[in-house]
Design a binder for this molecule. Structure first.
Ligand code: ARG
Length: 461
């Protein structure tokens, strides 16, 4: 029997081909080659510091690793399932290049702590990039909001017209969501930023490795505290997947609103042709596919979270091969988030905002009925009574086919003697918006305050 695997010493049969295919993660974990090389270079330095590698050996190994990296980056290197995973593939190539001294690199290390290290290095970088993309989207929403401060639209509850709000207020609501998303990812980053190398297979390495030195070389701010936990912990990935799920949930809501608003029925916005698609049969169609796909891709991101939660459920300590199933959900989530977050800002920047349609919609449908009740409250009526009176006025309007603004003073006075000529102003959409000066409210004044805060956050970020 040919001993083709670094672990085949105790084996007397070669691996079955189908078992080898199933066992291999190289087809997807090859993505971690950069992190794996980085980790190995640091490990070689740590081994040298511990006196395990002579200076010349460490240099040879590090040079070799750099050259393997070049081979992989320039696609001069062919991965095969027999290599099993990225860790073994790199080690094999290193030994081909520098000979048996390459075999010293794996001293005091296991693929268990190595896989955890690579994933942490990878995720730290990806979180940084995703945070920058979120920031860019937030900035786009901020600028759109600043530019359209004069647009009034209906605010909805139950998807029924409820009260008029500023379009800017609506957009800034999403800035708040994104702010929380960034906060969650920042927090997830802190727990990802811990160095597992030195944990070995599960019990810790028996060599005198300076883990803190390794952490410093690799830019980690702490080292993991328990070797069993370090090789079996995937919380950092689960946290990331749950942050991603919440973020996608937010984007799915925004997408849904933009889909609705771009219908002929709403007509509040129009997407640029560059971010729309056509129909192969209906020549008149312009479809919001990008928005629909964002809404749809939320499903796979939730699926990825559920998938890994299920993989990890009831797994005994420490490392189990089940955990190799953590990578595809992670990579898929990173790719999905980056794709969606990248397309959103230019799509928002180029969409047309139809302020006229928004205002028309805000002026129909009794959106200022609450303001009428508040008008009566200011004249001394308890709110419940006022609510009843205005309800009757609305019923009257519906019967007469009129809006609140079209009622004459004498018609108002059929419902209460407290109505005076100033009721006309009280039921105007602008009055309703501007009455809400309260901190966090929709008046132009309050929205400008919000804008200022978001601007400060953007400057800091
Ligand atoms: N490829 C594995 C993973 O991605 C790492 C190898 C784990 N160690 C082992 N002895 N099977 O999780």
């Amino acid at each position: 029997m040919k001993k083709t695997k670094p672990w085949s010493g105790r084996f007397s049969k070669e691996t079955d081909k189908m078992a080898e295919e199933l066992n291999a993660s190289i087809s997807f974990d090859r993505r971690l080659f950069g992190q794996d090389i980085l980790g190995s270079i640091a490990h070689a330095r740590v081994l040298h510091k511990a006196g395990i590698l002579k200076k010349g050996e460490a240099i040879k190994i590090i040079k070799g690793l750099r050259s393997v990296e070049k081979d992989i980056a320039s696609k001069r290197f062919r991965f095969t399932p027999g290599m099993e995973d990225i860790h073994m593939a790199i080690e094999k190539r290193l030994m081909e290049k520098i000979g048996p001294v390459g075999g010293k690199l794996h001293t005091g290390r296991s693929r268990n702590d190595q896989a955890a290290l690579d994933e942490r290095l990878y995720l730290k970088q990806e979180i940084r990039e995703i945070l920058a993309l979120i920031e860019r989207l937030k900035r786009t929403l901020f600028l759109l909001s600043k530019k359209n401060l004069d647009a009034v639209m209906p605010g909805y509850t139950h998807l029924q017209r409820a009260q008029p709000v500023l379009f800017s207020h609506y957009l800034l609501a999403y800035c708040q969501m994104l702010k929380r998303d960034s906060g969650r990812l920042d927090d997830c980053f802190k727990r990802t930023d811990s160095m597992p190398l030195g944990s070995g297979a599960l019990a810790g390495s028996p060599y005198n490795l300076d883990r803190f030195y390794g952490a410093k070389l690799l830019g980690f701010s702490s080292v993991t505290e328990n070797s069993l936990d370090a090789v079996s912990d995937r919380d950092f990935i689960l946290e990331f997947l749950s942050c991603a799920s919440i973020l996608m949930m937010h984007l799915s809501r925004l997408s849904e609103e933009l889909i609705l608003w771009s219908t002929q029925e709403f007509g509040f916005i129009e997407l640029s042709d560059a971010f729309s698609t056509g129909s192969s049969i209906m020549p008149q169609k312009k479809n919001p596919d990008i928005l629909e796909l964002t809404r749809g891709k939320t499903g796979r991101v939730y699926g990825n979270l559920l998938s890994l939660l299920t993989v990890m459920k009831a797994l005994p300590l420490s490392y189990n091969k089940d955990m190799q199933e953590d990578k595809e959900p992670l990579f898929d989530t990173v790719d999905t988030l980056k794709a969606v977050l990248s397309v959103y800002p230019p799509m928002l920047k180029t969409m047309k905002v139809n302020k006229k349609r928004m205002r028309e919609a805000a002026e129909q449908g009794f959106l200022t009925a609450t303001d009428c009740a508040d008008y009566l409250v200011k004249k001394g009526l308890p709110f419940r009574e006022a609510h009843g009176i205005v309800g009757k006025a609305v019923a009257y309007c519906l019967k007469e086919g009129k809006g609140l603004r079209e009622l004459e003073l004498k018609e108002w006075r059929m419902f209460s003697r407290l109505f005076k000529s100033d009721i006309k102003r009280a039921v105007s959409v602008d009055n309703s918006v501007n009455a809400r000066k309260i901190y966090g409210g929709t008046s132009a004044e309050a929205v400008k305050r919000q804008l200022k805060k978001v601007e400060q956050e953007l400057k800091k970020g």
